[in-house]
Write a protein that binds this ligand. Structure first.
Ligand SMILES: Cc1ncc(COP(=O)(O)O)c(C=O)c1O
Length: 402
């Protein structure tokens, strides 16, 4: 890009960010650097690069990346693109993004950075993705957790609290939490927002005061269900704490994946807008079905009483959940009847997926905090809404004639 990200619209940033210097290289598509090791001009220069990378700094142009686990130029391009999208438009503070092998590797690294800082207590607001919930509940990384209501975060903070974790929208019930309010309650404690469901197109947690915006890039950022990764956007100072942990634990993204995810970013704004429009139609249709006990979608009338859609999020997103009165058996019959929608976990791709959170993505969560047995979660894709709805109609019919 020839202008700074602040001067460009998000759709333009999505297409151009992280592609600097391609003209000089004489290429149009993103280059994939597969080197696992890199030539060094001298032992001394190699040593300097080692020291610099061990400090967590970003590698300047012209310095040897040494070894792929420490630095990779294709991954760095992807990181630049995410950082540009997560940079608040009205702020000049530098935002950096760090890519990981998966969303869980990203979460693990942030948690380890807090343990390393001697602040291992985490305050977390449920619901969270089942893997995140299980990681926090297990204490595996040396953290301890206090589960708090979003309004009671301040009361849960202790001197040794190193992080507040929230998801907004939350998985799978699409609850929206007021990020500014959670940040206010957290005081000096950093807040991590898992913004996977929103993407940087709909929400910029750093602009709302959060310290970390985390994404499972496996989802909307990649958008095609064929690449797994995670990414955290944060300040340059915090990025410096995360990079050495990524290097030492080997939680790195590989360059093929970075290429695919970066390619996905170019279409992220149009995919998000189109999938969100489809989700709105599907959610409105679901809300009219008397067989359902509840429909969870922040864009439905009354679903967002404090008006966070529009204020905190540019739109309600493309995830929709609903509840069948017949519990697991009804959900099983519903999924079995579908012909177009794929019965599979994960989300954020171009095709519509359905899954049962209580038995699948949220299976490791404490029974008391697990989503209801009748809840199914839809990730709405790019198909014509009329066809998605026709398939859902098949599901409802199958439940009715059971
Ligand atoms: C909201 C959310 N955060 C994090 C993750 C974990 O990401 P990954 O599967 O890329 O490790 C998921 C996975 O489903 C998720 O839905």
């Amino acid at each position: 890009m020839t202008t700074t990200p602040e001067q460009l619209e998000p759709a333009t940033i999505a297409v151009h960010a992280g592609r600097e210097g391609l003209r000089d290289l004489g290429v149009h598509a993103l280059p994939i650097d597969l080197s696992t090791t890199s030539p060094m001009p001298s032992i001394a220069a190699g040593g300097d690069a080692y020291d610099l990378l061990a400090s967590g700094a970003a590698l300047p142009d012209g310095m040897s990346p040494i070894y792929r686990r420490a630095w990779n130029s294709t991954v760095a391009r992807f990181e630049e693109a995410v950082a540009a999208l997560e940079t608040p438009r009205d702020e000049l503070d530098s935002v950096e993004a760090i890519a990981f092998a998966s969303g869980m590797a990203a979460m693990t690294t942030v948690l380890l950075s807090r343990v390393a800082a001697g602040l291992p207590h985490i305050v977390a607001v449920r619901p969270l993705y089942g893997g995140t919930d299980a990681l926090l509940a297990s204490g595996l990384l040396g953290t301890s957790v206090t589960w708090a209501d979003a309004h009671d975060v301040a009361d849960a903070i202790r001197p040794e609290t190193g992080l507040v974790v929230i998801e907004s929208p939350a998985n799978p019930t699409l609850d929206l939490y007021d990020i500014r309010d959670v940040v206010r309650q957290a005081g000096t404690v950093p807040v991590l927002v898992d913004s996977t469901f929103a993407t940087p197109v709909l929400q910029q947690p750093l602009a709302l005061g959060a310290t970390y915006a985390l994404h499972s890039a496996t989802k909307y950022i990649g958008g095609h269900g064929d690449a797994m990764g995670g990414v955290v956007a944060t300040s340059a100072e915090r990025a410096t704490q995360l990079r050495p942990i990524r290097t030492i634990t080997g939680a790195v993204m590989d360059p093929w994946t970075a290429y695919l995810l970066h390619r996905g970013i170019a279409t992220l704004p149009v995919r998000m807008q189109a999938q969100q429009a489809n989700a709105g139609e599907v959610a409105r249709w679901l809300a009219e079905q008397p067989e359902l006990t509840r429909v969870f979608y922040p864009g439905l009338p009354g679903a967002d009483p404090t008006g966070l859609v529009g204020r905190q999020m540019a739109g309600p997103g493309a995830m929709v959940s609903f509840e069948l009165p017949g519990g697991l058996a009804a959900a099983e019959a519903f999924c079995a009847a579908l012909q177009l929608i794929t019965h599979a976990v994960s989300l954020g791709g171009i095709d519509t997926l359905i899954q049962h959170p209580a038995a699948l993505t949220h299976r490791p969560v404490d029974a008391a905090a697990r989503p209801g047995e009748g809840i199914l979660r839809l990730s709405i894709g790019l198909e014509a809404p009329v066809d998605i709805i026709a398939d859902l109609q098949r599901g409802l019919y199958a439940v009715a004639v059971r």
